[in-house]
Design a protein around this ligand. Structure first.
Ligand code: ADP
Length: 318
């Protein structure tokens, strides 16, 4: 395997992921259209157009990319944008692709510019230009044909992508936070695969406290399994609530990061407005973490707002 290619296989511990569009729960609006595009491309025998998944972390961007490859019956290669350090690495990856393969590029907003430029002609014209030259010779550009493929990009920051790159994605898909019903279903399926059997009500309680995010729901379920095995008990609501408390997840679904953020905004900055850089220093968290993982959930729940003078606590405004 190429050094920069990532392994998402079941052997890598991801066997809870759904594998087909029909067993993927939630995101129904986006998936209805995506299923049509996949079916039509498959019927025509064409590679699927390039897809961009955007939205907060843990909502299923990687999972859906693998599902696309499964549904199209093609190969799947995965790479994280910041891992690509040299033009030769992306060229090697592209040249090795077979017709219709899915190349999944995670964190695509962090692609170095030289890679982005290689991708333009790869995505549009199925060719790349490489520089060839030995010793003291002036390197010469040579065009190399590649197989038509599907680039699937994932990003938590669509706004940071350059316009020329954005323009090359024929299928942009925005992933939304999941509602409690969808998350309950996801938890029940994951629990069954793990050989765990919490009741429907217990799953719903975990779902309510999972910030609308399958990755968090499944993470909580795994910790509950640890607690259950350790205590040698069966699931019931008291046990689940005690575990959630023990994990620092409150009844409103706020975890300790959310609470720290809200406490800082209220106690250190009088409810704001306060700039993102100042919040980042006060909490010792990167700006990226605040903007992509913490704030979207707090904004969605009406707890904070972004104003042009900075972040404010919503109840402090009233
Ligand atoms: P992202 O790439 O958006 O950060 P992932 O695709 O890695 O998210 O998903 C995170 C975790 O949540 C994975 O373990 C995946 O199996 C699970 N997951 C995400 N969406 C779903 C879904 N709709 N149904 C079942 N599991 C899901």
């Amino acid at each position: 395997m190429n050094d920069i290619v990532r392994d998402h296989s079941a052997a890598a511990g991801n066997d809870l992921r759904p594998t087909g569009l029909t067993d993927f729960t939630g995101q129904s609006d986006a998936l209805e259209n995506l299923s049509v595009y996949v079916r039509s491309a498959r019927r025509r025998g064409d590679p699927l157009d390039h897809v961009l998944f955007h939205g907060p972390p843990g909502l299923g961007k990687t999972t859906l990319s693998q599902i696309i490859a499964n549904e199209m019956g093609t190969g799947f290669k995965s790479v994280s944008a910041p891992a690509i350090k040299k033009p030769g690495e992306i060229a090697t990856l592209l040249v090795a692709l077979e017709r219709g393969d899915v190349l999944f590029v995670d964190e695509i907003h962090r692609l170095p510019l030289f890679v982005e430029e290689v991708l333009y002609s790869a995505m549009e014209d199925s060719k790349i230009t490489i520089l060839v030259g030995e010793g003291y010779q002036q390197p010469e550009p040579i065009e190399v044909p590649i197989q038509p493929f599907t680039l699937v990009g994932a990003t938590t920051r669509k706004g940071s992508l350059s316009q020329p790159l954005l323009d090359r994605f024929g299928i942009p898909v925005r992933l939304e936070y999941y509602d409690d019903e969808a998350l309950t279903e996801i938890l029940k399926n994951a629990a069954r695969k793990m050989g765990e059997f919490p009741g429907d009500e217990e799953c719903r309680e975990i779902a309510r406290r999972s910030r609308g995010t399958p990755r968090i729901a499944i993470r909580i379920l795994k910790r509950l399994r640890d607690f259950r095995e350790d205590a040698g008990v069966e699931y019931d609501m008291d046990f689940v609530i005690a575990c959630l408390d023990r994990l620092g997840i409150g009844p409103d679904g706020l975890d300790e990061h959310d609470t720290r953020y809200l406490d800082a905004l209220r106690d250190m900055f009088g409810g704001g407005p306060v700039g993102i850089e100042t919040m980042s220093i006060a909490l010792s968290e990167s700006r990226d973490t605040l903007e992509t993982s913490i704030e979207p959930f707090l904004i969605r729940n009406g707890l904070i707002a972004k104003t042009n003078r900075g972040r404010v606590l919503v109840d402090a405004q009233e």
